[in-house]
Design a protein around this ligand. Structure first.
Ligand SMILES: Nc1nc2c(ncn2[C@@H]2O[C@H](COP(=O)(O)OP(=O)(O)O)[C@@H](O)[C@H]2O)c(=O)[nH]1
Ligand SMILES: Nc1ncnc2c1ncn2[C@@H]1O[C@H](COP(=O)(O)OP(=O)(O)O)[C@@H](O)[C@H]1O
Length: 206
């Protein structure tokens, strides 16, 4: 692999129900060829229509904890009673073939990635308002009210760390948000390439 062929790691976070999954799908419709979604592993139960290996790898708590011990996650975190983590091997493999790898993860995990891979780009998706967020998460009708309340509390704490991200994108319409994230990825990709190119020239590396 040539040094300048490595893809960009893109970390997307945002409160539950803000529209991360919806925006991500729209993003992949813009450029399916260069983007690759990192499928996470979780101990939460599948929602209706979710597929193992596509939406998540659904595993037991024991299996997840074994993988933690074996060091198989780039990052992992507990979120409202369940584990979620990013399998490391696949991310490395896809970055090395030049794909832009997209992680959709919560904020504690994102901060772990920043420690390990500071060259990644970090995007926080925000709702147009707190009321809009509650409407979206309620409208999706996948969680009971108690869990929705827990997720709204969690959202308030997540807003507090939004300033640690490189970009904040408001999900007003899905199309706008996806276009903005695509523009960020393209700009960051060119920036990284230019930096590597300059560095290699300095070292007189071919
Ligand atoms: N740290 C971490 N968070 C994850 C991972 N996969 C998903 N998440 C986050 O876990 C949270 C809950 O996800 P989920 O139960 O699917 O709910 P949803 O975001 O409301 O659809 C969201 O903030 C996800 O972005 C992962 O691999 N690592
Ligand atoms: N820009 C938007 N305007 C209105 N509703 C939206 C928008 N983006 C997403 N939604 C809706 O909000 C709900 C939550 O979206 P989802 O992608 O599941 O969120 P997340 O993955 O962040 O939990 C879904 O019902 C989705 O259709």
């Amino acid at each position: 692999m040539k040094l300048n062929e490595r893809g960009l790691l893109v970390v997307i976070s945002g409160p539950s129900g803000v529209g991360k999954g919806t925006v991500r799908k729209a993003l992949f419709n813009i450029d399916r060829h260069n983007l690759e979604y990192s499928v996470s592993m979780t101990t939460r139960s599948p929602r209706l229509g979710e597929q193992d290996g596509k939406d998540y790898y659904f595993v037991s708590k024991d299996e997840f904890e074994n993988r933690i011990k074996e060091g198989k996650f780039l990052e992992y975190a507990e979120f409202v009673g369940n584990y979620y983590g990013t399998p490391l091997d696949k991310v490395e493999e896809r970055l090395n073939v030049g794909k832009e790898v997209v992680l959709e993860i919560e904020v504690q995990g994102a901060m772990q990635v920043r420690e390990k891979m500071p060259e990644a780009v970090f995007v926080f998706i925000a709702p147009p308002s707190r009321d809009a967020l509650r409407e979206r998460i309620t409208g999706r009708a996948t969680e009971p009210e108690k869990i929705i309340n827990q997720r709204m509390d969690k959202a308030d704490r997540e807003f507090d760390v939004a300033h640690k991200y490189d970009y904040i994108v408001v999900n007003d319409t899905v199309e706008n948000a996806a276009d903005k994230i695509m523009a960020i990825i393209r700009a960051e990709h060119s920036k990284t390439k230019r930096t590597i190119h300059k560095y290699m020239k300095m070292l007189e590396v071919e």
